[in-house]
Design a protein around this ligand. Structure first.
Ligand code: PHE
Length: 464
């Protein structure tokens, strides 16, 4: 069912690029990329990541954006429009953001809490043992913070594509980049002597980050680097969850897709790289190599508050900048997640933005409450196939990232590569008269390399 009203679109390609980069730059860039780079031999990981971004990442991203622009539909209906037998893939692609939004908002709430702690001058508490677990297992606070974050997201999505998403991204993304650069430069200038009289500097930490470490490199460990880099890239570009299809559907027919895709990838990779320059030297200087073993919430909410504390007075200012920056990154990502669902509901059921947003907000609140209670009244421990123990949040994260997203991505490659044929994407990109370039590479990637790499990733993440 087509809507009679005209579809919204981004005013200009800068708006599109910043909105898509806002989606791509998220928690993953900050709490996972630096950790993987440090673990996987520094420069070695960076090199593999960049090569994959230019090939595998480019293929997935341009495919989704082109599907969106060609069909002018969001994921729930876009796949069916390409091929009537592939409607099901659209449903899975739309379920992914429905699952992700609630727990992303819970984590967004944690970021708000830490920002408030530092803004009110209570950073010292955040560095204490057990502070983070105490907070997330609390009764009301995590729920209130989640709701504040969610309502900020809802506000933006309510305002629509131009007044909401595009304007927000144009303001937040440049500030985010500026803050990342400031903190990164600061991180390179620090040094610290610990209780044992050992002095470490930010520059040494930077060396660990960028200089390739081939020590003990084997075929097996190289494969691990490859899988890590691929998994990270895949998550980081926000593909396989309908977001880029949705944003693509708002791109003008005369916009140059190829250069926009390149800019989005550059933005995402630069922020990921700078996040490493920000975090690795600081953690190394104040917490040594052992400090670098944490990623995810452990890094952001436990290790880093200790590092900020060890920096002395200036640490609290750096912490404020840091959590504002993280909040911006999380907000623009969460907005894109919600927009993928809202836009899908609008296209499929022909309802207004207000109605679609309201429905998705109610779902997010109910599921978000369950996620919060997962650390409190509903606490349990469940082992996952990858060996970790999980609460509700981890189970949702695992289901979306490790199971559904690879399925959507493999399905998209098969649909485009073999059924509707890569020419559809190439024609969409070239219809404005630009040459797509790397065309042969694109065809080989989408037909063979990407689905095989994705299948390896999928198997690796579901097998113990
Ligand atoms: N791409 C974002 C990141 O790197 C994460 C994200 C996940 C964004 C899911 C939107 C949806 O952190």
């Amino acid at each position: 069912m087509e809507k009679s009203t005209k579809r919204n679109s981004f005013k200009g390609s800068i708006g599109f690029v910043l909105a898509a980069a806002g989606s791509a730059v998220g928690l993953g860039n900050i709490w996972r990329f630096p950790y993987l780079a440090a673990k996987d031999g520094g420069g070695m990981f960076l090199a593999v990541y960049i090569i994959l971004a230019l090939t595998f990442g480019f293929t997935l991203l341009i495919t989704e954006v082109a599907i969106g622009r060609k069909t002018k539909q969001s994921p729930l209906t876009a796949y069916g429009k390409l091929h009537s037998k592939w409607k099901g893939l659209g449903i899975i692609a739309c379920i992914v953001p429905v699952i992700i939004l609630p727990y992303y908002c819970v984590i967004g709430g944690w970021v708000i809490k830490y920002l408030l702690v530092y803004l009110t001058g209570n950073g010292v508490n955040a560095a204490k043992d057990g502070y983070f677990t105490g907070f997330i297992s609390g009764q009301a606070e995590p729920i209130i913070m989640m709701l504040i974050f969610l309502f900020a997201v809802v506000f933006v999505v309510f305002r629509g594509v131009n007044k909401g998403i595009e304007s927000l991204s144009k303001i937040l993304m440049p500030i985010l980049l500026l803050f990342v650069v400031i903190i990164a430069v600061f991180s390179l200038t620090i040094s610290h002597t610990d209780d044992n009289g050992v002095t470490r500097t930010g520059m040494e930490g930077f060396g660990i980050y960028v200089i390739p470490d081939f020590n003990g490199m084997t075929y097996q460990s190289f494969m691990n680097v490859l899988v890590d880099a691929m998994g990270q890239l895949f998550y980081s570009l926000s593909v396989a969850m309908g977001i880029m299809i949705t944003y693509g559907s708002y791109v003008h027919d005369d916009a140059n897709l190829k250069s926009s895709i390149n800019q989005i990838e550059i933005f995402d990779t630069v922020v990921a790289f700078l996040a490493g320059v920000m975090i690795i030297p600081a953690v190394y200087t104040f917490a040594g190599t052992e400090g670098m073993e944490a990623s995810g919430p452990g890094l952001m909410f436990v290790t880093l508050p200790r590092v900020f504390e060890a920096m002395g007075g200036i640490g609290h200012i750096v912490a404020c900048l840091f959590f504002i920056m993280v909040l911006f990154a999380a907000l623009t990502s969460a907005v894109s997640i919600m927009e993928a669902v809202v836009s899908s509901f609008m296209d499929k059921f022909n309802i207004t933005r207000t109605k679609a947003t309201t429905v998705e907000t109610v779902i997010a609140i109910i599921v978000g409450l369950l996620v919060c209670l997962g650390y409190n009244a509903l606490y349990f421990e469940m082992p996952l196939p990858n060996g970790s123990t999980a609460q509700i949040l981890d189970i949702m994260d695992y289901t979306s990232n490790n199971i559904l997203m690879p399925i959507v991505a493999i399905g998209t490659c098969i649909l485009i590569g073999w059924i509707v044929k890569p020419k559809l994407v190439i024609d969409e990109v070239e219809k404005t008269g630009v040459k797509m370039g790397r065309k042969k590479l694109f065809v080989v990637m989408i037909k063979f390399v990407a689905p095989i790499l994705l299948a390896i990733l999928f198997l690796k993440s579901i097998l113990p």
